[in-house]
Design a protein around this ligand. Structure first.
Ligand SMILES: C[S@@+](CC[C@H](N)C(=O)[O-])C[C@H]1O[C@@H](n2cnc3c(N)ncnc32)[C@H](O)[C@@H]1O
Length: 237
């Protein structure tokens, strides 16, 4: 096919979690590459690409035209999912935003969000806030993946509406930085992610110590990270 869009690993991993959607909504589409790829890869019949920024949307429109997909891809300027009504989209995908913003977007129209069969999210940061929001707002995590892109490990989370599954007894209570599915899958990127997570907090602790303080919260996080590292190592055996 001419003008076949190749996605970078972060976006391809998110796209892989959408299958056979009738109408997918790509929220915060920016360049529109993900929207176009969902159509080209046969993952959705129709896509609505939306963004809060008109100049971003213009890029998406141009790409859709270039790829001859303007009939199956509509574009709209919108804050979050405010352009959608209940049942408009059976799949939603929100990539490249902060976890808190994703939570705010879903929380602003919970009935619309709950009417999708699948919502795939790729937060750039704020994963804990997002996971906590999902758990407290009747979104059940169905799949979680890690992906390495340009030296950084990203988390991708897919949910369906409904009560969250019970957290297994072997997993840490109230752990929102990571999901237990990554442990069950023995994801090869899990240990590197945990090490990065721990080292980030060790560095912060060192900086705090240099200023003469040693915050208990940081010590707790490092201790939890060690527990998670041990858990992931044990599950690998
Ligand atoms: C970093 S880009 C991500 C683009 C693409 N989804 C990706 O992952 O490569 C974030 C996009 O989200 C858009 N955005 C930010 N806040 C938004 C909101 N409340 N509603 C819709 N789009 C928003 C921005 O305009 C920007 O185009």
């Amino acid at each position: 096919m001419r003008n076949f869009v190749q996605l970078r690993p972060r976006l391809q991993a998110a796209a892989d979690m959408i299958q056979a959607a009738n109408h997918a909504a790509d929220i915060g589409c920016d360049h529109g590459r993900l929207s176009v790829a969902l159509l080209q890869q046969g993952r959705a019949q129709h896509v609505t690409a939306s963004d809060i920024s008109e100049p971003s949307l213009e890029k998406a429109r141009l790409l859709a035209h270039k790829c001859g997909l303007q009939e199956r891809m509509s574009t709209v300027v919108s804050d979050g999912i405010s352009h959608l009504s209940i049942g408009d989209a059976d799949a939603m995908i929100i990539a490249g935003m902060g976890g808190e913003l994703i939570a705010r977007i879903l929380g602003a129209a919970p009935d619309v969000a709950h009417s999708a069969n699948t919502i795939v999210m790729q937060p750039m940061r704020g994963v804990e806030e997002l996971r906590r929001f999902l758990r407290e707002n009747r979104f059940c995590i169905t799949d979680e993946r890690l992906v390495l892109d340009a030296g950084r490990i990203y988390q991708i989370i897919a949910v369906t509406p409904g009560e969250p599954a019970a957290v297994p007894a072997w997993f840490l209570r109230d752990e929102y930085s990571l999901g237990y599915m990554m442990f069950e899958k023995n994801d090869p990127l899990l240990l590197p992610l945990l090490e990065q997570y721990k080292q980030g907090h060790v560095k912060r602790l060192q900086q705090a110590k240099n200023k003469g303080v040693s915050p208990d919260a940081l010590l707790d996080i490092i201790k939890r990270a060690d527990t998670l590292i041990n858990l992931a190592t044990e599950m690998k055996k």
